[in-house]
Design a protein around this ligand. Structure first.
Ligand SMILES: C[S@@+](CC[C@H](N)C(=O)[O-])C[C@H]1O[C@@H](n2cnc3c(N)ncnc32)[C@H](O)[C@@H]1O
Length: 331
């Protein structure tokens, strides 16, 4: 199973979520990026949720997880869906109470290593990059419909690519259909100085591939919806964890969780100050979820050594404290 994908921060996920699963026995564990099912398997080895719901937009991942979790001691449902739709999937299954929700963002090692999925510049394959190969447009099709200005914006926004203005026209002139051609076009378009600055370990096309992958899969919009709906679906005592791999993912998670954990503004007419209310222990009654770890958890040296993918991973988690609490929309 490790061949498919080695879970990152599995111990940290267990530490963050098991207390919630134990304290909300009627609740479901919802893994919205089930991949190989590794985080779910690690959790099931330590506790027994009432029910498990696994979501992934990749049918191959669901198939793998289905085999791995066969024989689990509780009901397990598999949903082929983008995680932005996880709440609708829970409604369809009649799942109301969620004790724990985990999201492990991005692509799996299996997706990266399967050449024909078109995620990697290390292999030659059609330029696809869809996590769900059954729907949506491939990266090649998206590129074919773009203007230079649009592509510059995508490379800057989703790849933080400083050389976007050089790279975008070169890509659109070449109209690449394969990963290899795209990687070569980017490498040739980039200035020698930028290539040197990246050094030997980072391929010049890394940021371009990241940007196109985020575009093709609508990854940041998906994340926004998850951050909106996830906390609202938690039972009191329930927890939500998100593992991110780069700043474009981590920033919205950090900001949303921080906002949820902030004390709400009190009406000016209230006769007591916030400090007085907190001193009286009123704060919990507002039901603001506490961030389990303000800075998030990163992999230790041993994990970083064993699994290079873990080097950029960060887990953040929150807990819902009060029934009356409802998250403000993140506007
Ligand atoms: C990093 S892997 C998850 C690995 C898994 N946690 C494990 O331990 O085996 C990410 C998985 O999430 C899926 N995924 C990413 N974004 C998604 C989205 N918006 N909706 C549904 N699935 C998504 C990918 O298809 C991939 O299988």
């Amino acid at each position: 199973m490790v061949d498919f994908h080695e879970s990152v921060l599995a111990e940290a996920v267990v530490t963050a979520l098991v207390p919630a699963i134990d304290s909300v026995p009627e609740g479901a564990l919802v893994d919205v990026t089930c991949g190989a099912g590794g985080h779910t398997a690690a959790l099931l080895a330590r506790c027994t949720p009432n029910r498990v719901v696994l979501v992934d937009r990749d049918p191959a991942a669901l198939e793998h997880a289905r085999r791995r979790l066969h024989g689990a001691a509780c009901t397990v449902d598999f949903c082929h869906a983008p995680f932005a739709d996880f709440a609708a999937e829970l409604d369809r299954l009649g799942v109301g109470t969620v004790s724990a929700l985990i999201a492990d963002l991005g692509v799996s090692s299996h997706q990266l290593d399967t050449a024909e999925r078109g995620f990697s510049f290390r292999a030659d394959a059609p330029l696809d990059m869809r996590m769900d190969p059954t729907r949506g447009e491939t990266a090649a099709a998206r590129l074919a419909a773009m203007t230079v200005d649009e592509l510059v914006r995508v490379l800057r926004r989703y790849g933080e690519e400083a050389e976007a203005a050089r790279i975008a026209p070169a890509i659109l002139a070449a109209r690449p259909q394969t990963t290899k051609v795209l990687a070569e076009v980017v490498e040739q378009a980039m200035s020698a100085r930028s290539r040197r600055a990246l050094g030997k370990r980072i391929h010049p096309a890394t940021r371009t591939f990241q940007a196109l992958r985020i575009l093709v899969n609508g990854e940041l919009d998906q994340l926004d919806r998850l951050l909106e709906d996830g906390p609202a679906r938690l039972a009191v005592g329930g927890r939500m964890g998100v593992i991110s791999f780069h700043s474009l993912e981590d920033r919205p998670v950090k900001q949303r969780f921080a906002k949820l954990c902030r004390a709400p503004k009190l009406p000016a007419s209230l006769p007591l100050t916030t400090a007085e209310l907190e001193a009286r222990g009123f704060r919990a009654h507002f039901g603001v979820p506490a961030e389990i770890s303000r800075k998030g958890v990163v992999a230790d040296e041993a994990e970083r050594e064993r699994n290079p993918r873990s080097r950029s991973a960060r887990l953040r988690a929150i807990e819902r404290l009060h029934p009356g609490w409802a998250p403000e929309p993140s506007a």
